[in-house]
Ligand binder design. Structure first.
Ligand code: FO1
Length: 314
């Protein structure tokens, strides 16, 4: 029996995946992660979405922020700042240690997928975490003030700029990392985590071969809506969808995933949208999708897995 494959962005996906881990006892889980928000800080290769998943699933995440290591200090960054180095991206000391290892291994010639497996093994990750691609892929946000690298838009500018367009630099020439297409082809079910469809899942779908692998699926693909009552639970998804001409609702999300999904899990607050979604040929399950604690995360994962036809272990 093949793995459960989850396409994942950052914080929302990581919390959902925690629920999946808790819901499944014996099944294999393969996570295909976004790399469009990767960045280089002072020469260090930082993979925010992969690391958010890694830290969350190994119990190290700073729950309040949703990223970084819980209780991490910032002595390295403070020293750099005291020396006059101006850095707007916050990096904790333990996090810097991980970036040092990653960067060194990448420079020695290992692929990002190999490095990610190494980091996962070392930190005790039980599941398979794969970057969607080993090649350089960067999300570029087009704003009235010009093109911005993703972290500049998101962190430095606090995602306040109007978004005129989104590009995935390098995507056309990128190839799926080893194991990604194989996992999708062999999957027992595919789930798209509650992540921003445009900037978290968008870069994954932009890698040639991924969309085709989803179109060729022989198992259900279920999307969990990250939009609840017209709002994103976190981040700029709703505003971004509206400005780019998508309805900020599960229906808008479904339209972005047109042809790629068979079912949707939506929040009970959006239950009246079920008919609209069913008209698009989707089966729909409305439930409480707010992942406030471990129990709620497991509940949402249980529902998504069951909608995908997977009998959960617990
Ligand atoms: N988010 C912030 O708002 N400010 C930061 O300084 C910041 C640093 C950071 C460092 C490592 C990391 O893995 C994530 C970090 N994030 C930070 C979060 C991250 O940039 C975003 O949440 C994601 O890229 C959005 O998916």
């Amino acid at each position: 029996m093949g793995p459960i494959v989850v396409l994942a962005g950052g914080v929302g996906a990581a919390r959902f995946l925690q629920g999946v881990q808790a819901a499944m006892t014996v099944r294999e889980l393969t996570i295909v992660g976004n790399v469009g928000d990767d960045t280089e800080i002072a020469g260090l290769h930082v993979c925010p979405d992969l690391d958010t998943v890694l830290y969350t699933l190994t119990g190290q995440i700073d729950e309040e922020r949703g990223w970084g290591v819980r209780g991490d200090s910032a002595r390295a960054l403070e020293r750099a700042r005291s020396l006059g180095y101006d850095e707007w991206f916050w990096l904790g000391d333990l996090d810097i240690g991980l970036h040092l290892a990653r960067t060194a291994w990448l420079r020695s010639g290992l692929r990002l997928s190999e490095v990610t497996q190494r980091l996962g093994r070392a930190l005790g990750l039980a599941d398979c975490l794969l970057p969607v691609s080993d090649e350089r892929l960067r999300t570029i946000i087009e704003t009235p003030g010009g093109d911005l690298e993703f972290q500049t838009y998101y962190v430095r500018h606090g995602h306040r700029d109007d978004v005129l367009g989104i590009r995935f630099q390098g995507a056309d020439a990128a190839t799926p990392a080893p194991g990604v297409v194989e996992a999708l082809a062999d999957a027992a079910a595919i789930i798209i985590a509650p992540s921003n469809p445009l900037i978290s899942i968008g870069p994954i779908l932009a890698v040639p071969g991924i969309r085709d692998a989803l179109l060729d699926r022989r198992v259900p693909c279920v999307a969990v809506s990250p939009i609840v009552g017209g709002q994103a639970l976190r981040g700029p998804a709703a505003h971004m969808m509206r400005t780019l001409g998508h309805e900020p609702s599960p229906v808008g999300v479904a339209d972005i995933y047109d042809g790629l999904i068979d079912a949707m899990v939506i929040d009970q607050i959006d239950a009246e949208l079920a008919t609209d979604l069913e008209r698009r040929g989707l089966s729909v399950h409305a439930t409480d999708t707010i992942m406030r604690d471990a129990k709620a995360r497991q509940h949402l994962a249980n529902v998504a897995l069951e909608v995908a036809g997977i009998r959960v272990g617990k």
